[in-house]
Design a protein. Structure first.
Length: 388
C-alpha cells in the first residue's frame, strides 16, 4: 500500500462568524450562557468583556425579561445558624420565595454593620459602618460573577468639624453608560452659631473614570438623612429628618442636573406613626407609613402620582395587621408588600388580602433586601476579591 494512500487527519476549519453577527447573537443569550462563551476563544473573550457588549447585554436582558418572573430576584442579607453572613438570592415569586442559591459575602463585614445601598443591573452596592467614622468602606459587587470592586473614598473635612453621618446613593447613568455613587457627609461644627453649625459635603463617583469629584455650593437644609435612597424619574430620594422641628420630608437629588430639592410628605398622622419608608410602586415614588396605636397596627401606602408634585399624593392602601411593630420593606415585581416584625418576614397580597410568613430568618434592618437581576457588569473590571 503506497505511503501516500493513507488518509491524513485534516484540521477542522475554524468556525468564524462576522463580529457583528456574533455580537448580536451572543448578546441575546442568558448571563450564564454568555459567561461560558468566554472560554471559546480569545477573540470571543475580548468581545464579551468589552464595555459596549456588556451594556448591550444589559439592555437586551431588561427588554426580554421585563415580563419574566424567573429572571427577577430578591437579594437578602442574612445570618445563618452558625453566625456567618451568607447572601441569599430569592426568586421574586409570590408563591414560594424559595432560595435559588447563596453566596458568602466576600468582604470582611459584620452583618449588623453591613448595608446594601442598592442594586442596579446586577451590581450591588454595599457599605460598612466605617462610613460613619474616618474611613469609608464601599464595594460594588456582582454576586453571580463573584467579582468585586473596592471604592477608595476621599478624605473627610478638617478635624475641627465633627461628622454627624454619611449617606451613600447608587444609580446607573443610562446616557453615559456609567455606574455612579453619591456620598453625602453631614457635619456639625460646634464653634458656629446654631443656624450655621450643620454643614454638608457632597461628592460624586464615576465607575468609568474611577474617580471622585466634589459638588460645590450645595444648598441643602440641615437635616438627617435616613434609610436607603430610592431611584425614581432620574432622581435619588431619601427620607429627611429635621432635628429642630422634629419633622420629616423627602430630599431628592436630580442625577442629571446634580441639584437637590425638598418635597413634602403626604398629610397623615405623624404622631402615632413610625419612621416612614420610601419604595417604588408601579414606577412611582411611594411611601409606607406604619401606625402603631397599641391595639392594632396599620400600614398605609401613599403614592406620588406625579413626581415632584406634593398635591399628587394619594393613599392607595390602608391595611390593618394583628402583629406588633411592623416595618415596611418594599414591593416585589408582583406588587406584594414585604413587611417585618422584629425577627420575622411576611408577604401581603393586596388583591387576595392574605398574609403569610416566608421564613427568611434574622436580618439587621429593612435595608438588607434589594431587588436583583443577574448581569455581566464588572466582567471588564479587575477582580479585587483577593485583596479584601
Amino acid at each position: 500500500m503506497p505511503r501516500n494512500s493513507r488518509k491524513r487527519k485534516t484540521k477542522a476549519p475554524d468556525k468564524h462568524f462576522p463580529e457583528g453577527i456574533l455580537f448580536d447573537i451572543v448578546s441575546r443569550l442568558p448571563v450564564k450562557s454568555v459567561v461560558r462563551c468566554t472560554t471559546v476563544s480569545k477573540s470571543w473573550y475580548a468581545l464579551i468583556k468589552s464595555r459596549d457588549f456588556i451594556a448591550t447585554h444589559v439592555k437586551q436582558s431588561i427588554a426580554s425579561n421585563i415580563n419574566d418572573d424567573s429572571s427577577h430576584y430578591i437579594l437578602d442579607l442574612l445570618l445563618d445558624e452558625h453566625g456567618d453572613k451568607p447572601c441569599v438570592v430569592l426568586r421574586d415569586n409570590v408563591v414560594s420565595f424559595d432560595p435559588v442559591y447563596s453566596v458568602d459575602l466576600p468582604m470582611d463585614f459584620e452583618l449588623r454593620k453591613c448595608k446594601m445601598v442598592g442594586s442596579c443591573n446586577g451590581l450591588v452596592c454595599l457599605t460598612g459602618t466605617s462610613c460613619f467614622a474616618d474611613g469609608c468602606l464601599i464595594y460594588l459587587w456582582n454576586p453571580l460573577l463573584r467579582r468585586i470592586k473596592r471604592i477608595s473614598c476621599t478624605s473627610s473635612c478638617c478635624n475641627r468639624l465633627y461628622r454627624k453621618f454619611t449617606n451613600v446613593g447608587f444609580w446607573y447613568d443610562n446616557e453615559k453608560n456609567d455606574y455612579k455613587l453619591i456620598m453625602i457627609r453631614h457635619y456639625i461644627n460646634k464653634g458656629l452659631p446654631q443656624n450655621d453649625k450643620e454643614q454638608s459635603q457632597v461628592e460624586l463617583y464615576s465607575l468609568y473614570t474611577a474617580s471622585w469629584r466634589k459638588i460645590d455650593d450645595v444648598k441643602m437644609p440641615g437635616i438627617l438623612l435616613d434609610g436607603a435612597a430610592v431611584f425614581v424619574d432620574g432622581s435619588l430620594n431619601w427620607i429627611a429628618y429635621h432635628s429642630l422641628e422634629r419633622t420629616y420630608s423627602i430630599l431628592s437629588f436630580d442625577t442629571r442636573l446634580e441639584v437637590f430639592r425638598e418635597m413634602k410628605l403626604p398629610n397623615y398622622d405623624h404622631y402615632n406613626s413610625v419612621i416612614p419608608y420610601l419604595v417604588v410602586y408601579k414606577g412611582c415614588l411611594a411611601l409606607f407609613v406604619a401606625h402603631c396605636t397599641g391595639e392594632e397596627d396599620v400600614l398605609s401606602l401613599w403614592v406620588m402620582k406625579e413626581f415632584g408634585l406634593a398635591e399628587s399624593w394619594l393613599e392607595e392602601y390602608h391595611v390593618v395587621f394583628e402583629v406588633d411593630c411592623i416595618f415596611s420593606v418594599g414591593f416585589t415585581k408582583n406588587s406584594v408588600i414585604i413587611y417585618a416584625t422584629y425577627d420575622e418576614m411576611f408577604v401581603y397580597d393586596f388583591e387576595k388580602k392574605q398574609s403569610r410568613d416566608i421564613g427568611l430568618g434574622f436580618r439587621c434592618d429593612a435595608d438588607s433586601l434589594v431587588e436583583y437581576t443577574e448581569s455581566l457588569v464588572l466582567l471588564d473590571e479587575k477582580n479585587e476579591l483577593q485583596e479584601n
